[in-house]
Design a protein around this ligand. Structure first.
Ligand code: NAD
Length: 428
């Protein structure tokens, strides 16, 4: 399992990439405040299991292409692992290991009986037809058949995967088992056991947390000028929720670039445009900005809902917002974190902010296992209760210890896993 990094002569594991090191550094920064044993500190530094598969696909033109696929399970201390499936050209073992680690903290912080996992296929999903995506998903699911299961590891959607992807995964798994197994994935269509409000849950949760953070700062969410990076499942829903609650969304972006209007954007019109054209490209009813410029626009709240590594040591000094909300996973680098903290800009961390998705995924799994379904109001209320409980615990730790919200969220999460790991011990 190890090779040697020539520069340091330190043994190095294959997932040891910059993003994984970032996840690990966040863990190490929180450890002194968490007061846990060496056993806990050492064990949770490593994912428990990582699988690499090669997924063959016959393309529509008849040619064969092989895609690398991954699944990393970080911790099974609290229960089965849970985490998204991502289709992206940058998917790697290290990225999955980092994201799986963050999922462990997120589930623990929300007090869900899960550990973290993450997986995906290194591919450009936009360059594949629907037929190709279906075949790729079904073969990937077959390759993972021994790794996933309703009591072992439960996938969900992530970047460039959606309800349809989950439906193909659920069907493939069910075909191999010989009966319908809706509880194998979450984020699937309601017609096959999906939960109402799952699609909106992450973005809605982001705004629930933003609202609470504003109140802590003595502000009203209504009237706050907001910029949202990313206009997909998380950012698109967050922008709509902000708009509906009276905040002024002055900028949004997707991979094609951003749009800006100081007077406030017409968010429903942007959604209608994206539904018709596939992205924000070509939307000319307001000023166009690049993604780099978008992050530095004058605003009160910056919602990062695209991907990791967006606010860095380079651009953090120019962030204008006074509150940064991490809708995406890992969008703020360690260096940026320090700069923002020095500048007095609060960063509400990913493991708290975007936990609405996995929380409603948990509700979906519980409903599937019980074959008993709840309505939208009940789910929204349960989500709101869970998010505010976690939010209050994070702020209580931050206040008591005088540490950042990220460190406080990590401390609260690590303590949850530590309690269970201490009780269970190391087998054998
Ligand atoms: P998505 O694919 O639906 O949307 C991603 C959006 O970001 C798209 O609008 C895309 O064009 C844009 N984007 C991608 N790269 C960009 C870049 N470099 N600059 C600007 N925009 C860019 O994905 P999603 O599900 O909304 O996930 C977004 C983030 O939120 C990811 O970090 C994901 O891990 C995290 N997340 C998602 C969920 C969920 O339930 N979907 C839950 C928790 C966390």
């Amino acid at each position: 399992m190890t090779d040697v990094d020539a520069s340091s002569a330190e043994p190095r594991l294959e997932w040891d990439t910059p993003l994984f090191r970032m996840a690990r550094a966040q863990f190490e920064q929180a450890l002194p405040h968490a007061e846990v044993s060496d056993l806990v500190a050492e064990r949770l530094s490593y994912p428990e299991r990582a699988v690499i598969v090669s997924v063959p696909l016959r393309r529509d033109d008849g040619s064969i292409e092989i895609f690398p696929g991954y699944r990393v399970q970080h911790s099974t201390v609290l229960g089965p692992t849970k985490g998204g499936i991502r289709y992206d050209p940058e998917v790697s073992l290290g990225e999955c290991a980092a994201l799986a680690t963050w999922m462990t903290w997120k589930c623990a912080l929300l007090r869900l009986p899960y550990g973290g996992a993450k997986g995906g296929i290194r591919c450009d999903a936009h360059a594949l037809s629907q037929r190709e995506l279906e075949k790729l998903t079904r073969r990937f699911t077959s390759e993972l058949i021994r790794e996933i299961g309703p009591q072992t590891d439960i996938p969900a959607p992530d970047m460039a995967t959606n309800e349809q992807t989950m439906a193909w995964m659920m069907d493939t798994y069910s075909m191999q088992k010989g009966h319908a197994v809706p509880e194998i994935v979450t984020g699937k269509p309601i017609s096959i056991g999906g939960s109402v409000f799952r699609r909106e849950a992450t973005g809605a949760g982001v705004v629930m947390v933003t609202d609470q953070a504003c109140r802590r700062l003595g502000r009203e969410l209504a009237g706050q000028r907001c910029v949202v990076q990313g206009f997909g499942n998380v950012g698109g829903v967050a922008a709509s929720e902000l708009h509906d609650r009276g905040a002024i969304v002055v900028g949004v972006s997707d991979i094609s670039g951003g749009v800006h209007d100081e007077r406030g954007l017409d968010v429903p019109a942007l959604h209608a445009y994206v539904a018709e054209h596939g992205s924000l490209a070509g939307y000319e009813r307001c000023e166009r900005v690049t993604n780099e410029q978008l992050l530095e626009l004058p605003c009160d709240i910056l919602v990062l809902a695209a991907r990791e590594d967006q606010v860095t040591g380079e651009n953090a000094p120019r962030v204008h917002a006074t509150l940064v909300i991490e809708g995406a996973n890992g969008p703020t680098t360690l260096e940026a974190d320090e700069i923002l903290a020095e500048r007095g800009i609060a960063v509400v961390p990913d493991i708290l902010t975007n936990a609405g998705g996995v929380t409603v995924s948990y509700f979906e799994w519980v409903q599937d296992l019980g074959r008993l379904f709840w309505d939208r109001d009940e789910i929204r209320r349960k989500l709101s209760d869970k998010m505010s409980d976690a939010f209050d615990r994070v702020y209580a730790v931050a206040d008591a210890k005088g540490i950042t919200l990220r460190q406080a969220a990590m401390v609260a999460a690590i303590r949850e896993v530590a309690g269970a790991l201490e009780a269970r011990g190391i087998y054998p």
